[in-house]
Design a protein around this ligand. Structure first.
Ligand SMILES: NC(=O)c1ccc[n+]([C@@H]2O[C@H](COP(=O)([O-])OP(=O)(O)OC[C@H]3O[C@@H](n4cnc5c(N)ncnc54)[C@H](OP(=O)(O)O)[C@@H]3O)[C@@H](O)[C@H]2O)c1
Length: 330
């Protein structure tokens, strides 16, 4: 097969090599999948640079989320030859290739009626959204949910999941084009946080109360503003640090406003509580069946253009998911 390989660490455009690789063999419980689409994630950039928390041995192939067709199945696998599946390959033997393996615990049905690009993006970001909004924040119908970076990967999922849960969703994004995307996702209100006073707008939209739940994948200054925009007894979900700075939470402020700062490390549940991942994926499939969610693919490129895809992802210029598709150009 052909695929991308990283032989030394550095910027993706410098270290990704398009090369012929041995076809992987499915072990017990695994399936071998012909990749129809692989979704790009921020950690793909970090793993090339050697800056991600998990550091696969060199040489490795990146790619955390795939959708494709099973072409071989090991004993005890959760899918059969011909099944269409999605999931996340083992770290280092990833989906930036024509073929990839999936472990049993990482193999899920590709929902009926979904494109390959959508199916590839229906795992990590949506699982993170369900985990954060339902499991960690216990979001209730009628509550106000403030979603930051709402045009991005996890942000688009959180907007859709918040609406599906009956919340009033306020999305923030940087610039008018991204705000238009957030509006198109069904957000009730949109704030351009690069141009407007975020705290004043949230207070205005909530009759001075603030947001009950804040979904924050940006951190830094945005987290500092979220503390002021959160309601009495609200919950701030710490999702990520796309802005680069990890903010501190002053505990006196947490005390006087009676709010909670809630950590969300979705990947933790993959090893600590796999049945929960199965339940969340079933919940997502049910939401898709009644089209309460509809994954947004903002960029679709041939697999051979992986360095360009990661360049775009790393430059804050994308909306929804960035997806690579083998076939064209391979
Ligand atoms: N906790 C978990 O389990 C979990 C799971 C998945 C992802 N994450 C994390 O969530 C974060 C977002 O992931 P994603 O897939 O949604 O990424 P993404 O699609 O690239 O979206 C990130 C958004 O953050 C905003 N942003 C603000 N300042 C930025 C900066 N300096 N550089 C880049 N972006 C900036 C941008 O939106 P605007 O231009 O609108 O501001 C950008 O679109 C990442 O840190 C990721 O590691 C965490």
């Amino acid at each position: 097969m052909w695929g991308w390989q990283v032989r030394e660490l550095g910027a993706p455009s410098d270290v990704l090599t398009w090369t012929e690789l041995p076809d992987p063999e499915p072990g017990p419980g695994q399936v071998l999948v012909r990749v129809h689409a692989v979704a790009c994630n921020f950690p793909d950039i970090l793993v090339c640079q050697g800056r991600y928390q998990e550091k696969p041995a060199l040489p490795f192939t990146p790619g955390l989320e795939i959708a494709g067709e099973v072409v071989a199945a090991g004993e005890g696998a959760r899918a059969a030859v011909g099944d269409r599946v999605l999931g996340t390959p083992p770290m280092g033997r990833g989906g930036y290739a024509e073929l990839a393996v999936l472990d049993a615990a990482s193999t899920f049905p590709w929902p009926e009626g979904m494109t390959a690009a959508q199916a590839a993006g229906m795992f990590i970001t949506y699982q993170t959204g369900v985990c954060a909004l339902h499991h960690r924040a216990a979001l209730r119908p009628g509550e106000t949910l403030l979603v930051h970076a709402a045009a991005g990967g996890v942000g688009t999922a959180a907007v859709q999941l918040g609406k599906a849960a009956g919340a009033r969703v306020v999305g923030t994004a940087g610039g008018p084009e991204k705000c238009a995307v957030v509006r198109g996702l069904g957000a009730d209100e949109v704030i351009d946080y690069s141009a407007e006073d975020l705290v004043a707008r949230v207070k205005e939209l909530t009759g001075g109360r603030g947001a009950d739940v804040v979904f924050d994948p940006v951190g830094g200054d945005v987290f500092d503003l979220s503390r002021r925009a959160v309601a009495f007894e609200g919950r701030i979900l710490v999702i990520g640090f796309a802005g680069g700075r990890i903010a501190d939470a002053p505990t006196n402020h947490v005390l006087v406003k009676n709010y909670a700062v809630v950590g969300v490390h979705w990947g933790f549940y993959r090893t600590m509580d796999p049945p929960r991942i199965d339940a969340w994926q079933a919940q997502l499939a049910e939401l898709w069946d009644r089209r309460a969610i509809d994954p947004l693919v903002g960029v679709e490129l041939p697999l051979t253009e992986a360095p360009e895809a990661l360049r775009r992802l790393g430059s804050r210029g994308t909306t929804g998911k960035v997806v690579l598709v083998p076939g064209a150009g391979t």
